[in-house]
Ligand binder design. Sequence first.
Ligand SMILES: *[C@@H]1O[C@H](CO)[C@@H](O)[C@H](O)[C@H]1NC(C)=O
Ligand SMILES: *[C@@H]1O[C@H](CO)[C@@H](O)[C@H](O)[C@H]1NC(C)=O
Length: 400
Amino acid sequence: MVSAALKYGTIVAVVVAVFYQLFLKTLIFVGMGVGRHVQPISDFPYQCRKIQDERLQACEDMWLSEETRQLFFACSDPFARQQWMPNFDRFNVSGRSRTDAVVAMDIDKPKGNSFEYRVLKTPSYQTGDGHLYLVGLTGKDKPNGIDIALVNGRPPRDRETGEYLDASNSGGDFSIELFETGAHATELRHKETFEHAEIKTPNNVAFRPGGGFYITNDHGTAKAGWKFHLAPFINNGDVTYCDVKGSCGIVSTSHAFPNGLHFSTRHNALLVPSAHTGGIKVYTPNTPHPELTQTSSIPIPYPIDNLSEDSNGDIWVPAFPKGLEVLKAYADPLGFTAATTVFRVRRQGEEWEVEKVLEDREGEVLPGATAVVHDARTGRVFLSGVVAPFVSVCEPVGRK
Ligand SMILES: *[C@@H]1O[C@H](CO)[C@@H](O)[C@H](O)[C@H]1NC(C)=O
Ligand SMILES: *[C@@H]1O[C@H](CO)[C@@H](O)[C@H](O)[C@H]1NC(C)=O
């Protein structure tokens, strides 16, 4: 008896230890942030304010056009995002937003406590039910215009009858939409819809110099059901490349909830953050082929969201110091704001140097940020959050 207890006790201990290594350690220390020192916003040399505006809510992502000084936002409705957000297991099609829109803000034209902006029309977008369901967004300045790429999380429909299908079985029907616009944008001209079997659970999109784009499939092949929930734990996410003709293939596998990736032309690197295990993986593309070789990793043990790069080549990183708060904010977007941390990652030779730039322990003024953009010209930092009913601007004070 004693030896049997010992034997099974040992097995149980091994199982618990393996489970801890594989799942719980990440969940407790990265996801929940147990033992983490989180600072109040007053510790940082910035003056931050909220911009409360009906059209600037639930803006999941941003991109700054340095050439035209327009900041593009992918905005929605915080309550509709509770119902329909296929990347987050929200599959109530009838509760979806019909007002998602890209907003272009002129960041050199202050107006009140905000800035002048335009809600961009999309008259030439006629796909599906004519609405966009915004997730990720990126852009590219060209000699005479701007390309904008959007992740579009459409409700699934029967191809023949057009009837809406039960998304809790099939997941979202994702596409990548390519648009064109320019300075003083008032509308987005639709150029192309990319649909492909490898555009599965896209979270974000990054243009590849020379053509095509990379996406992160945050749950890989798992679009719904129990596999969806397990996907981050079994590293089911991937990075996929699509060429200009719309032919797509996986270029990197085994990612744990890969999120808002970013291609840096200056550093010739594709940066892929994880919202589950934390940290950023750095890849060099094998030109002319899009395959990736991992060249380094940036250890930031926080759930990380959408990356951006400023005109100095610094990478700006929004993170959640208390990951579980995100769920609370999802349930009550007006009543609760998750804590935010912002890191700046600066390349020094072969090293990537990480510095905490902002943190808001109490969620006082920062929006539980899923995206952050730094305007290097003014030093301003713009923050938006996927369910937050506002965006935030931080002005540097006593600049270093
Ligand atoms: C789905 O959304 C509709 C419209 O907002 C709402 O009335 C309904 O209660 C929602 N269903 C569920 C199951 O939450
Ligand atoms: C930003 O983060 C959100 C929340 O994790 C994610 O769903 C979204 O797709 C990301 N957007 C971008 C642009 O990465």
